[in-house]
Design a protein around this ligand. Structure first.
Ligand SMILES: CC(C)=CCC/C(C)=C/COP(=O)(O)OP(=O)(O)O
Ligand SMILES: C=C(C)CCOP(=O)(O)OP(=O)(O)O
Length: 293
């Protein structure tokens, strides 16, 4: 990671995390629920999605403060999805972000409700920002589609239905486009809406986000085989033990790495078409492709 990107990520995370904990603290709700919500948020994570949003604002020469609420909302949606993904009814995982999974600590019922509360709170936050009403409605519309049935939830269902099946690359791509890609795309789009970007830039950011989502997921599949559980903060080999189709299982490790390079180049080429300062997003894209966690 370059020094510039490291600085940007550190500053963004500091702002974001302070706000995240403040928002949860402000909730009038049983302490047990607050503890469960904060537990998974505090467990860390790379914060890629909120950082993407803030990097778009920076690229359009806007202050990152303008995007903090929406960036927190997106991290809440992402964290809810991980809590639910780890449940016994889904991946049944014991560790996440280097710590026992939410349901292992708080029990299944509270974990489900903490996820529900994070998802709903995210929309409460977005609906309360001081922006023009058209922008707020458009943000809510984009976020609900990306997180819901046509987006992440639909992708998760296809992922579950694809277990124990020989998937084609097209079927795998569909799963990743929605399970992972849509939330990445909406992070970029939300930054662009807040910055008042043109339709042309929005469209190119969507193309960039799709490539980045695929890139991210191919790397995740590779790390599930080649990664170090202590560094990635979750068990390795869980895709194989859940009989999930992955890029390495369909294309082999060499083919998966070639595909990674292909999507890296495609992502960088779409990014260049956006009329903004690309430097942070370019570095972030390379970090996604070459990360070890
Ligand atoms: C609506 C829900 C619950 C959505 C879950 C979305 C999601 C990206 C899960 C993690 O995917 P993964 O299982 O491929 O990743 P990991 O290895 O981190 O569990
Ligand atoms: C989409 C996938 C593969 C789920 C994990 O996402 P991240 O790898 O961004 O998880 P955190 O860093 O937020 O824990």
């Amino acid at each position: 990671m370059t020094a510039d990107l490291q600085l940007f990520m550190e500053e963004s995370k500091k702002e974001l995390e302070a706000s995240l904990y403040r928002y949860i603290d402000a909730l009038q709700t049983p302490e047990s629920l607050k503890k469960s919500m904060i537990y998974s948020l505090q467990a860390g994570g790379k914060r890629i999605r909120p950082v993407l949003l803030l990097a778009v604002l920076k690229g359009f020469e806007q202050p990152i403060e303008k995007g903090i609420e929406v960036a927190c909302a997106i991290e809440m949606i992402h964290t809810y999805s991980l809590i639910h993904d780890d449940l016994p009814a889904m991946d049944d995982d014991d560790t996440r972000r280097g710590k026992p999974t939410n349901h292992k600590v708080f029990g299944e019922a509270t974990a489900i409700l903490a996820g529900d509360a994070l998802l709903t709170y995210s929309f409460q936050l977005v609906s309360s920002i001081s922006e023009e009403p058209e922008r707020v409605v458009s943000l809510i519309n984009e976020l609900s589609r990306a997180a819901g049935a046509p987006g992440m939830v639909g992708g998760q269902v296809s992922d579950m239905e694809g277990e124990n099946k020989d998937l084609t690359i097209e079927e795998l791509e569909y799963i990743h486009d929605h399970k992972t890609g849509d939330l990445m795309i909406v992070s970029l789009v939300a930054g662009a809406i807040l910055a008042g970007a043109s339709e042309h830039d929005l469209s190119n950011l969507r193309h960039f986000g799709r490539e980045l989502g695929l890139l991210f997921q191919i790397k995740d599949d590779i790390l599930d085989i080649e990664g170090d559980a202590d560094i990635i903060g979750k068990p390795v080999g869980s895709d194989a033990s859940n009989n999930k189709g992955t890029y390495p299982s369909i294309l082999g490790m060499v083919g998966a790495k070639e595909k990674l390079t292909h999507h890296l180049e495609a992502a960088l080429s779409s990014l260049k078409k956006v009329d903004m300062d690309h430097s942070v997003l370019e570095e972030l894209t390379k970090y996604v492709a070459f990360r070890n966690h």
